[in-house]
Ligand binder design. Structure first.
Ligand code: ASP
Length: 586
């Protein structure tokens, strides 16, 4: 054994014990005839002390060490004279009697500390060093505990963890597939699973009844802070359940995780329909840590010769509490914010409800103070508040107001990371129309069941059909989503036809599922939680990358192992793949 204790373990109760520790040199300090070393391992930091007068050879040896060298020391635990209250081992130190260098280290390219001097790209290139930093390792420890508690909770409820294949065919979750050429089947490709959706449904046909898997999924999408090309789902499916049963079980899992990991009791989760979420928040994943709901002003604003409002189908406002005193510059900043291309508003109208009760707006030319008062009342505004108004096409404008609401929520400090608001969004539309292509797509995926009472609308008004589909949202982040599935092969066929699949194509792509459904498919439904997002929320992180051991950068690259990379011509030949000239392998 290289050690009989760890750098996080020793306390005053261990004084006078002889111990052997092993770890990395984190810091070396020389003070007079003394040398102090902070020795680090996964469990913490322990101070080693060397006294020039008592053992000059050993002290000289210590003085020659460098940062991140791996050493082994033996010594006696002693109470420190100057204690460090910031670390759990701060009351003691080791009076070293033996020092062995296990491995020297090059000087690391950045400091291995919470406040490191390393930039993002550099830390990613040397991720194995970045992972030595406490703050990063703690995120992975949290991730482990969440996965572990998830397994415990589901295991106690008869869920079986079943692995499903990675080399499969396309799964329609709405993203682009990653594909893998097959050497043994020239000209043919596997697709990596966007989710195990089809397999978990087949497991229900097999009678597995309750399935889960903590599983990698792959989607070739443009990356954002909350997206990685490969990510992890807590994927689940249950038989003989209705929507209520699934919501109950996974509300239970969420509460269990909050309690077990953070010690927080979360009360029952409110529910909101998709339609109401869009109307009140302009989003299907509303951040409900604060109010500031969207209010419609259209009929109050029409008929005053203000073309912007008159020609708009929708006029909506939010009320920013206490912001009437915003300066011109602050309002201009907000205008610039909504005009950014990512948001795309043409302009921003404001009404100040001054402390003295007077109202002043950027459209005073068209509206009297009485008119403005009516708007203020609609928005439940009080003197001191500021109304921010956008107009245009309803869905677009609601989404823009949503962005503005979130921005104002952040500015006003209403989005505290330690406050958690969970919410179910239910009654999603079954279909979504792509106006350009003039065809419907599944909003969730094509196996989602319509609400039985809406089935007749499939023929007359498909856009109005609601689904038995639900999302779990925490603090404005979509943590998970699922649905009750279609288990009737006739209805599934009908769904494919609404989605524009010919019978042949449906058979080609999903024939195995429809066939399986003819052999006694039980009613079933499920859900999948994004583990990376869930951990980020618990850790208060802005990006899911920080809770993934080896993440990709925004260009989908692993800069540490330098992937993706070119391959040998021989490999391409074996696969029968010819690259276009500009992509040639040279
Ligand atoms: N497969 C779905 C997804 O990845 C989740 C589900 O419907 O269970 O979003």
């Amino acid at each position: 054994m290289y050690r009989n204790s760890t750098c996080g373990k020793l306390r005053l109760a261990d004084v006078n014990k002889e111990v052997t520790l092993a770890g990395w040199v984190s810091k070396i300090r020389k003070m007079g005839g003394m040398t102090f070393i902070d020795l680090r391992d996964r469990y913490g930091i322990t101070q080693l002390s060397f006294n020039q007068e008592v053992n000059s050879v050993l002290c000289e040896q210590a003085n020659k060490l460098g940062r991140e060298w791996v050493i082994q020391v033996t010594g006696t635990v002693k109470e420190r004279t100057s204690k460090n209250p910031h670390i759990p081992t701060g009351d003691i130190e080791i009076i070293t009697s033996k020092l062995t260098v296990l491995n020297p280290s090059k000087t690391p390219p950045f400091t291995i500390e919470a406040d490191t001097d390393g930039g993002d790209e550099l830390r990613m290139k040397y991720r194995y060093l970045d992972l030595r930093r406490n703050v990063v390792r703690q995120n992975l420890e949290l991730r482990h505990r969440m996965a572990f508690e998830t397994r415990r909770y589901l295991d106690e409820r008869e869920f079986l963890e079943v692995e499903t294949p990675i080399l499969i065919g396309s799964t329609p979750e709405g993203a682009r597939d990653f594909i893998v050429p097959s050497r043994m089947n020239p000209g043919e490709f596997y697709a990596l699973p966007q989710s195990p959706q089809l397999f978990k449904q087949l497991l229900m046909v097999s009678g597995f009844d309750r399935y889960f898997q903590i599983v990698k999924c792959f989607r070739d999408e443009d990356l954002r802070a909350d997206r990685q090309p490969e990510f992890t789902q807590i994927d689940c499916e249950m038989s003989f359940v209705e929507q209520e049963d699934v919501l109950h079980t996974f509300e239970g899992l969420t509460k269990h995780l909050f309690k077990a990991i953070k010690g927080i009791d979360i009360s029952d989760f409110p529910r909101i329909s998709y339609a109401d979420a869009m109307k009140q928040y302009g989003s299907d994943k509303p951040d409900t840590r604060f109010g500031m709901k969207l209010k419609e002003l259209k009929e109050l604003t029409t008929g005053h010769d203000f073309v912007v409002f008159d020609s708009a189908e929708y006029v909506g406002a939010i009320c920013a509490t206490g912001c009437a005193s915003y300066t011109r510059k602050e309002v201009d900043q907000l205008t610039d914010f909504v005009k950014r291309p990512q948001i795309g508003a043409k302009g921003l109208i404001y009404v100040r409800y001054n402390e003295d009760g007077s109202l002043k707006s950027s459209v005073d030319k068209f509206y009297s103070e009485e008119d403005l008062k009516e708007w203020a009342e609609r928005c439940n505004a009080k003197p001191g508040d500021l109304l921010l108004i956008l107009a245009g096409e309803p869905e677009k404008t609601q989404k823009q107001l949503c962005e503005l609401r979130l921005e104002m929520g952040s500015r006003l400090g209403l989005r505290d990371k330690d406050t958690y608001k969970c919410l179910w969004v239910v009654d999603f539309p079954l279909l979504e129309k792509d106006e350009e292509l003039d065809r419907f797509f599944a909003k969730h995926h094509p196996f989602t069941s319509p609400k039985p009472e809406d089935i007749p609308l499939l023929d007359t008004d498909p856009g109005a059909v609601r689904a038995n589909a639900y999302d779990l949202v925490i603090n404005g982040v979509e943590i998970g989503g699922g649905s009750i599935r279609i288990h009737d092969s006739g209805l599934q066929k009908r769904m494919f036809s609404v989605l524009g699949f010919t019978e042949e194509r449906a058979q080609e792509q999903f024939g195995f599922l429809m066939n399986a459904f003819q052999y006694g498919a039980p009613p079933h439904g499920g859900i999948a939680f994004g583990l990376d997002r869930f951990v980020s929320i618990f850790a208060g992180l802005d990006s899911i990358r920080d809770c993934i051991a080896f993440p990709k950068n925004n260009a989908g690259r692993d800069v540490m192992i330098d992937a993706p990379s070119k391959v040998e011509q021989e490999q391409l030949d074996e696969l029968g793949i010819q690259l276009k000239p500009q992509e040639k392998n040279q």
